[in-house]
Design a protein around this ligand. Structure first.
Ligand SMILES: Nc1nc2c(c(=O)[nH]1)N[C@H]1C(S)=C(S)[C@@H](COP(=O)(O)O)O[C@H]1N2
Ligand SMILES: [Mo]
Length: 263
C-alpha cells in the first residue's frame, strides 16, 4: 500500500513538471513576442531618411547599415589584405557579360573619339587618351569576380593600377579626399567608391581582358576593376572621374543596395 502511494506521487510530479515548463515557455514566448512587436513598431514608426544618395529607408535601418560599413572600413579592410589571385590557366576563356546600363549597343559610341576626363578643382578637365594609359606600367589581375546576383567567375584583367594613375597624373591631393566618383560618358551608370578601396593595390583601370583590348560589352575602352567590391561597382566604360569628400551618386545605392558593397 505504501509503495503504490509513492508511485502515484511520482507520476504527478512529472506531470507537474511538464505543466510548469509549458507555463514558463509560454511566458518567455509572450515576453519575446511583445518585445519583437514593440521593436517592429518602433522601426515602423521611425521617420524615413530623405532619399538621395541612398534609397529611402527607415533611419535606424540605414544607421545600422552605415555602422556595418564603418566596421568593415575600420576593422576588416586593410591595404595589406590582398584579394586571392589565381594562375592564368584558371581564368575563364569566355567572360560572362552581365548588364549594359549606360553602354547599350543601340547607343552611338565611338571608342576612337573617347578620352578619359578627370574633373579637377575649378572645373579644369584633364583629358587622357587610351594610348597614354597604355604607356604606363601595366598591372594584371586574375581573381574571382563576384556579382551580387549570385554568380562568380575567375577572370583575367589588365590595366593601370588606380594608385599608379594617381601618382602619374599628380592627383595626390585629390586622393586625400574621401571618395572617387566614376560615370559612363552618357552618365547612364555611375558609382561612388571610398578612397581606401580605390587606392587598394589591386584596383585597376582596366583596358584588357584575357590579354586583349576590352570588347565594347565589357566596357571598352576603359573600365574599373575593383576586386574588393561586388560587380556592381566595377563600372564599364569610364567617361569621367571626380573626387569629393561627400558620397558621389551611385546607381545601385539609389535603388537600395549597400553603398559600400564591399567583399
Ligand atoms: N556601365 C555599366 N557598368 C557596369 C554594369 C552596367 O550595367 N553598366 N553592370 C555592373 C555589374 S552588376 C556587373 S556584375 C559587372 C559585370 O561585368 P561584365 O559584364 O564585364 O562581366 O559590371 C558592372 N558594371
Ligand atoms: Mo552584378
Amino acid at each position: 500500500m505504501k509503495k503504490a502511494n509513492k508511485k502515484i506521487k511520482k507520476e504527478l510530479t512529472v506531470e507537474q513538471k511538464i505543466n510548469r515548463r509549458n507555463f514558463i515557455s509560454f511566458g518567455v514566448f509572450t515576453v519575446l513576442a511583445a518585445g519583437a512587436y514593440e521593436g517592429w513598431r518602433w522601426l515602423y514608426k521611425s521617420p524615413d531618411e530623405v532619399s538621395g544618395i541612398t534609397a529611402g529607408a527607415h533611419k535606424p535601418l540605414r544607421k545600422a547599415l552605415n555602422k556595418t560599413e564603418i566596421f568593415f572600413r575600420r576593422i576588416a579592410f586593410s591595404e595589406n589584405h590582398l584579394v586571392k589571385t589565381y594562375p592564368k590557366e584558371m581564368a575563364a576563356k569566355h567572360v560572362r557579360v552581365n548588364s549594359d546600363i549606360g553602354i547599350e549597343a543601340k547607343k552611338k559610341f565611338d571608342p576612337a573619339q573617347w578620352t578619359l576626363q578627370v574633373i579637377k578643382k575649378g572645373g579644369e578637365v584633364l583629358k587622357i587618351t587610351l594610348d597614354e594609359l597604355r604607356s604606363l606600367p601595366k598591372t594584371e589581375l586574375i581573381y574571382d569576380f563576384k556579382c551580387v546576383e549570385g554568380w562568380d567567375q575567375i577572370s583575367h584583367w589588365g590595366g593601370v593600377k588606380f594608385s599608379d594613375f594617381v601618382k602619374h597624373y599628380q592627383l595626390d591631393d585629390y586622393a586625400k579626399m574621401q571618395y572617387v566618383g566614376m560615370e559612363t560618358p552618357d552618365k547612364g551608370y555611375y558609382v561612388g567608391i571610398d578612397m581606401p578601396s580605390a587606392m587598394h593595390p589591386q584596383t585597376i583601370l582596366a583596358y584588357e581582358v584575357n590579354e586583349k583590348l576590352l570588347p565594347l560589352n565589357h566596357g571598352a575602352p576603359l573600365r574599373l576593376i575593383i576586386p574588393t567590391k561586388y560587380g556592381i561597382k566595377n563600372l564599364k566604360r569610364i567617361g569621367t572621374i571626380t573626387f569629393s569628400n561627400t558620397r558621389p551618386h551611385d546607381y545601385w545605392a539609389e535603388q537600395g543596395y549597400d553603398y559600400y558593397s564591399g567583399l
